[in-house]
Design a protein around this ligand. Structure first.
Ligand code: CA
Length: 317
């Protein structure tokens, strides 16, 4: 609920990505089993206009595309998901995320690169997994898809925002309600989808440097007037954690957002990469869930956040 107190949602960032390769079905199933309330999806379009769950526009940091399709690299050095059909993409082997050098792991100590059998999947596959788990467990875990680089996709000939919003509306119409938030960094994209009549719950992501991220229609999104403007078409904001918590202190953003009815879902809590000025992961989660009063937390480690949140909540009750 926007702006109303409740147990903060644990949002599994790319699944339980601290433990298994991001955006794979095993990573999503593990997050579910660890008690996450919501599974996050990054969405890009394939060559055949399908919705692929993938963080980057390109493939080489998490798959064997360079070895399998050496001739399909673009001039900028990347292999783009948009240049491949869903069938081709499903055939790629997936690894734990690699750093820019293509060899060392992006996060030391996480799942070993190239180990195991992992695949990419479409949004529809993940929805089928989630609906099935919701049926077998009786829980109502939700989804949190992100429109990735809508302007880039438009230039590449596909209206990703509309494609995704229509797919989500069709999913709800066909299979019934599901907790759901549609997120995007590009502020113009969510305003446009609202203006075009889509009424899905929307979350405006706010990066470390909001000015670099798009057209805010003349408003600072961290200010009271900027938040009021966002509240006309969004139900939540997803700010960089540093906008909410800095050097152990509440910045006041959560209270300002709650004033205008916006829920606040900051990102990203990682127990193997603590934010600057944080000495203890559990203390940070307790502070965010308690005094600061966030409504949800994106995390790579759902089990750790669920445990810390529930301890904090037991004290508050
Ligand atoms: Ca994301």
């Amino acid at each position: 609920m926007a702006g109303t107190p409740g147990r903060p949602l644990v949002i599994a960032h790319r699944g339980a990505s601290g433990y298994l390769p991001e955006h794979t079905q095993p990573a999503k199933a593990l997050a579910y089993g660890q008690g996450a309330d919501v599974l996050e999806q990054d969405i890009v379009a394939t060559r055949d206009g399908r919705l692929l769950v993938l963080h980057d526009l390109w493939l080489e940091r998490v798959t064997d595309v360079a070895r399998r399709y050496p001739g399909r690299r673009r001039a900028d050095g990347h292999w783009y998901a948009r240049d491949f059909t869903l069938a081709e993409l499903r055939g790629l082997a997936v690894t734990e995320r690699l750093a820019a050098d293509g060899a060392t792991p992006a996060f030391a100590g996480r799942f070993p690169p190239w180990q195991g059998e992992f695949r990419l999947h479409a949004l529809e596959d993940e929805l089928a997994l989630l609906r099935g788990l919701n049926a077998t467990t009786g829980r109502q875990v939700g989804v949190y898809p992100e429109i990735k680089s809508p302007g880039w996709h438009r230039d590449a000939g596909v209206d990703l925002g509309v494609l995704l919003a229509e797919a989500l509306e069709a999913e709800l119409a066909a299979r019934g309600p599901l907790p759901l938030w549609l997120q995007c960094f590009d502020p113009a994209e969510l305003r446009r989808l609202h203006a075009e009549g889509f009424r899905l719950p929307m979350t405006q992501l706010i990066g470390r440097d909001p000015a670099a991220q798009g057209d805010w229609a003349g408003e600072d999104p961290l200010s009271a007037t900027g938040l009021a403007a966002l509240s006309r078409h969004c139900s939540a904001i997803g700010p960089w954690l540093g906008h909410v918590w800095r050097d152990g202190q509440d910045t006041g953003l959560v209270a300002r957002a709650h004033e205008v009815g916006l829920a606040v879902h900051p990102w990203t809590l990682r127990c193997d990469r603590l934010p600057e000025g944080c000495g203890d992961f559990e203390v940070l989660v307790a502070q965010l869930c308690g005094d600061i009063g966030v409504d949800g937390l994106f995390t790579d480690h759902p089990d750790r956040v669920v445990a810390a949140r529930d301890r904090c909540w037991a004290r508050l009750d």
